[in-house]
Design a protein around this ligand. Structure first.
Ligand code: C5P
Length: 233
C-alpha cells in the first residue's frame, strides 16, 4: 500500500481527460484523481470509463453531510469501484464511521477512505473568525487526523510539510496523501508551501497528488516518469 504518484486530472471534460490519458502507453497506467469539476460535468460514467482504461481512481468529492446521507452516497461510490475517496473530518466521527459503513461491500472489501482536515485555503485568522476555532491550526489538523483514525479511516490529505507530524501522531501506517508538489525549478502556480517529489519522499508522504507540473508540462509522460523516479525511486 502507498508510495505512488496520483495525477490530478483537473480537466473540464471527457475529451480533455481522454486526450491526456491517451498519451500513456498500454503498460503505463497512472493512478488518477478526479475532482468535482470533471465529475459534475461528466457524471459517474467518467469514472467507469477511466476504470475501463485500467487506471486506479481517487475520487476527490470531499463529502460532508449528515451520516445517513454520506453512508448512502458512499455505497454508490463503492459500486463505482473507485480506489480512494474522501470526506471532511469536520463532519465528525459519526459521519466518518457512517461513510466507512456505506463504503464497505458485502464481501468486506472497500476503497481507501481518507479525511480532509482543514483545507489549506483556511488560515489561522479565517479559522478563528469564520469558524470560531481558536486553537493553533496545526493542533486542529492533528486533532482531526486523530479523530479520523479513531473512526477507522485510512489516512488524511495534508501538506507534505505536515506528513511527518501526522505519522508521528497517528502512526506510520496512517496514510498521508499530499498535494502541493512542484519540481525544483518549476512554476509554483497558486501553491504557496510546496515540496519537490524527492523532499516529499524524504518527509514520508505515502501518495503525492500532482496536477499542473504533469498535465501542463510540454511532455506530460516524461514529467510523470520524473515524478515517479524522484518519489518512488
Ligand atoms: O496542479 P496542482 O499540482 O497544484 O494540483 C493539486 C491538486 O490537489 C488539485 O486538484 C487541488 O485541488 C488538490 N488539492 C490541493 N491542496 C489541498 C487539497 C487538494 O492542491 N489542500
Amino acid at each position: 500500500m502507498g508510495k505512488d504518484v496520483i495525477v490530478a486530472c483537473d480537466f473540464a471534460g471527457r475529451q480533455e481527460v481522454s486526450d491526456f490519458l491517451g498519451l500513456f502507453g498500454e503498460g503505463e497506467k497512472p493512478f488518477v484523481k478526479i475532482g468535482m469539476e470533471l465529475f459534475y460535468a461528466e457524471g459517474p460514467e467518467i469514472v467507469r470509463e477511466i476504470k475501463r482504461r485500467g487506471h486506479r481512481i481517487f475520487l476527490d468529492l470531499k463529502l460532508h453531510d449528515i451520516p445517513n446521507t454520506v453512508k448512502k452516497a458512499m455505497r454508490v461510490l463503492a459500486g463505482l469501484e473507485v480506489d480512494m475517496c474522501n470526506v471532511h473530518a469536520a463532519g465528525t466521527a459519526a459521519m466518518m464511521e457512517a461513510a466507512l459503513e456505506g463504503l464497505t461491500r458485502p464481501d468486506g472489501s472497500r476503497p481507501l477512505l481518507i479525511a480532509v482536515t482543514q483545507l489549506t485555503s483556511t488560515d489561522q485568522e479565517r479559522m478563528e473568525r469564520d469558524l470560531l476555532i481558536r486553537e493553533p491550526i496545526d493542533e486542529v489538523v492533528m486533532h482531526y487526523a486523530l479523530t479520523a483514525r479513531g473512526a477507522g479511516l485510512d489516512g488524511v490529505v495534508c501538506s507534505p510539510l505536515e506528513a511527518a507530524k501526522v505519522h508521528a501522531v497517528c502512526g506510520q501506517g496512517f496514510l498521508t496523501v499530499t498535494p502541493g508538489v512542484r519540481f525544483a525549478e518549476g512554476d509554483r502556480g497558486d501553491q504557496k508551501r510546496v515540496t519537490t517529489p524527492a523532499e516529499a519522499k524524504k518527509i514520508g508522504s505515502d501518495y503525492i497528488v500532482v496536477g499542473r507540473p504533469i498535465t501542463a508540462a510540454p511532455d506530460p509522460v516524461a514529467a510523470y516518469r520524473r515524478c515517479v523516479r524522484e518519489f518512488v525511486g
